[in-house]
Design a protein around this ligand. Sequence first.
Ligand code: HEM
Length: 471
Amino acid sequence: MITRQTDTAPGQNVPGPPGIPLLGSALDLRRDLLATFEEAHRRYGDVVRFSAGPPGLRIVMYAVFSPEGARHVLTGTGQRYTKGNLFYRETAAMLGDGLLTSEGECWQRQKRFIQPLFTRRRVAGYVEVMAEETAALLDRWHTAAQHGATVDAAGDMMHLTLAVIGRVLFGEDLNTVTPALREALPVVSAHALRRSQSPLRFPASWPTPANRRAGRAQRQLYDIVKGIIDRRRATNTASEDLLSLLLRARDPDALGADTLDEAEVRDQALVFLLAGHETTATALTFALHLLGRHPDVQQRVRVEAEQVLGSGDQEPTAERITALAYTTQVVKEAMRLYPPAYVIGRQIPEGDVIDGYHLPPGADVLVSPWVTHRHPRVWEQPQRFDPDRFTPKQEKQRHSYAYLPFGGGPRACIGQYFSMLEATLATASIVRAFGLHAPPGPVPLITGITLRPAGQVPLTLVPQSPHPGLH
Ligand code: HEM
């Protein structure tokens, strides 16, 4: 690899926007992070240096846009690259040190406990919950469609995915805690994000209004999970939900002696809630919106859904959902254009060389699925919605890190199979039941912890046949 280091300090020779005096690129990044990244990629190439904030409080970060660079960063995690960046530190402060944020020995130990709960066989067992919650959504939408109403895909998909992961985690206990979860989760995640982006942060222990509000929401979440754990222990029922499995889990390497303590179980449960619902909701929302704009693609999905799922007589199983090959391609293409994890952050304690550029010790590095999924070297007409990019043949021909909605390397998403099953089943079931129409024009976006629609995403529904139901 050529080293472009000259006699300047590491990082200084990496090209990047100068931004405005004093603030650097802070305003551009805040106004439109995605467009700022795309523009920087066009102008400066595959490794770009951004600086934001006033001198003294300046945040410097390096964005890496090529598939090769993304692979270098993500497969190096756990060795040269860490999750020591601000975002992950703030998330851990709010939600504890679960699988998403922990590192080193701690992460390895957790992974040994949790991996067996996400095998294909285990996840296949959650399809029943996914199917029941999808059926409940279709019921609500049939009522709405009778009155000629337009539904909000964004809100309804959030509702669906929280119900699914909540029931998988907490079983029937979910019903009692749903309102509190819906209230508290966004408060803690928004607080973590705001703190990680702000150059000036008061210590978390200071009683500022924001810290107090987030502290209250955090206690609320802790109490919810503790309440459910206590009830489980008191009744001693052998539930098969994820929380019970976590409580019973044994470290396979410790000959069955080691278990997760209560705080560890709670932290894992909160991470699954956080990582597992907004992401899948975004994927589904955009899949439905894009189908609403592309009737030809929608019709192909409908034909496939009718063939594979029948008209309600075929019980959906993981095997059947996997047979929904074209619908799976649609979900993948929706996540190419709108990757819920639009950036993935790391830190390099000792510095590194990427694409010939020396990055200094302690540098914050961002991989950007949003930009890599539009990289003109890989994707022809990247703005076009075209699910045929994901035929097995096309997928095999591409760089394995050209498409990375679930990250990669040792820290890749543990819920990938779970969310693909959920999103594919819901998409096929919805399109089998309704014709979808979406208004033209772009959907305004928010770059929060995940990429989300900024407001409602309207869909007009036309019932396709008498309500078939799923069973
Ligand atoms: C469309 C849906 C989803 C997307 C786009 C997504 C995306 C991601 C990405 C990009 C990462 C890697 C983060 C990094 O490297 O820093 C990740 C990790 C993770 N995801 Fe997901 N995720 C989704 C669904 C889920 C679900 C349903 C669950 C749980 C049920 C889940 C749990 C996790 C966990 C625990 C990790 C950390 C894994 C580790 O570090 O070992 N995710 N996810």
